[in-house]
Design a protein around this ligand. Structure first.
Ligand SMILES: CC(C)(COP(=O)(O)OP(=O)(O)OC[C@H]1O[C@@H](n2cnc3c(N)ncnc32)[C@H](O)[C@@H]1OP(=O)(O)O)[C@@H](O)C(=O)NCCC(=O)NCCS
Length: 213
C-alpha cells in the first residue's frame, strides 16, 4: 500500500530544506490575529510584520486560507493612526511624565478590522493599511500601498493601490465565490489541483458547474 500522507497545515516549515517560508497559523500567539490553514509567509516571524497592534484598540487581523504573503509585507493596524482633528497630532499620552490619558476610542480615527479573504496573493514589500478588506482571489502587486477595499478576483497595484483589471469574467468570478474550494477537505482539494491550475477557463467553468455548487 502507498505510504500516503496529506499536507499538514500545522507544520511551520512546509518547504523541504527551506527555513524562510512558514505556514503562518501554527506560529501565531496574538489572539487578535486569526489566520487560515495553509496561508504562508515567505519569511519568518510573521507577527513582527503586524505593527501598531495595541490591546486597547482591540482590532483584529483576519486572514483566510491558502493566502500567499511575500516577504516585506506589512500590516499596519489602527494604533498607527494619531488623532487628526486637533491642531497637533503628537501622541503625548504614550510618553512618560506628560501624564496624559489615552483619548477615548471615539476620538481616534479607527478603521476597524483588517480582513483578507482566501487565496489572496500579496506581492513583495506591500503595505496594508488599517481596516482594509481584500476579497477572495485578489492579487496585490509588488510595493502596493492598499488603503481601500479590494474586490474579489481583482488585481491592484501602486500607491494608492488601484485596480488594473479583473482576473476573470463575471460568470467565473461568481462561480469561484460560490465554489469556495479552500473550504473543501484536503483530499478533495488535492484531487482538484488539475482544475485549479488549468488555464482553459471555459473548461474550468464547466468543471465547477458539474460539481453543482
Ligand atoms: C501585478 C502583477 C501580478 C502583474 O499583473 P498583470 O495584470 O499581469 O499586470 P501587467 O504586468 O499587465 O501591468 C499592468 C499595469 O500595471 C503596472 N504594474 C504592474 N505591477 C505593478 C506594481 N507592482 N506597481 C506598480 N505598477 C505595476 C504595469 O507597469 C502596467 O502599467 P501600464 O498599463 O501603464 O503599462 C505583477 O506586476 C506583480 O506585482 N507581481 C507580484 C510579484 C511578487 O511580489 N512576488 C512575490 C513573491 S511570491
Amino acid at each position: 500500500m502507498e505510504n500516503y500522507k496529506l499536507p499538514d497545515p500545522s507544520v511551520i516549515f512546509p518547504v523541504p530544506n527551506i527555513k524562510k517560508v512558514i505556514y503562518i497559523k501554527p506560529t501565531i500567539k496574538n489572539k487578535n490575529i486569526i489566520v487560515g490553514d495553509f496561508t504562508y509567509f515567505a519569511d519568518v516571524d510573521f507577527e513582527s510584520h503586524v505593527t501598531h497592534f495595541y490591546d486597547f484598540y482591540d482590532d483584529k487581523l483576519i486572514i483566510g486560507k491558502f493566502c500567499q504573503i511575500a516577504s516585506g509585507v506589512e500590516f499596519i493596524m489602527n494604533g498607527a493612526n494619531h488623532q487628526m482633528e486637533c491642531v497637533s497630532t503628537f501622541p503625548f499620552y504614550i510618553f512618560e511624565k506628560w501624564n496624559e490619558n489615552v483619548p477615548s476610542l471615539d476620538k481616534m480615527p479607527l478603521k476597524g478590522d483588517t480582513i483578507i479573504g482566501n487565496d489572496v496573493w500579496i506581492g513583495q514589500n506591500s503595505t496594508i493599511l488599517p481596516g482594509v478588506n481584500i476579497g477572495d482571489g485578489a492579487i496585490i502587486g509588488t510595493k502596493s500601498v492598499v488603503g481601500s477595499n479590494v474586490p474579489p478576483y481583482s488585481i491592484v497595484v501602486g500607491n494608492p493601490a488601484k485596480i488594473v483589471r479583473k482576473r476573470f469574467d463575471d460568470e467565473l468570478i461568481e462561480l469561484m465565490l460560490k465554489f469556495k474550494w479552500w473550504d473543501l477537505p484536503i483530499e478533495e482539494i488535492k484531487g482538484l489541483i488539475p482544475v485549479l491550475h488549468n488555464n482553459d477557463l471555459e473548461y474550468v467553468k464547466e468543471k465547477i458547474k458539474d460539481r453543482e455548487i
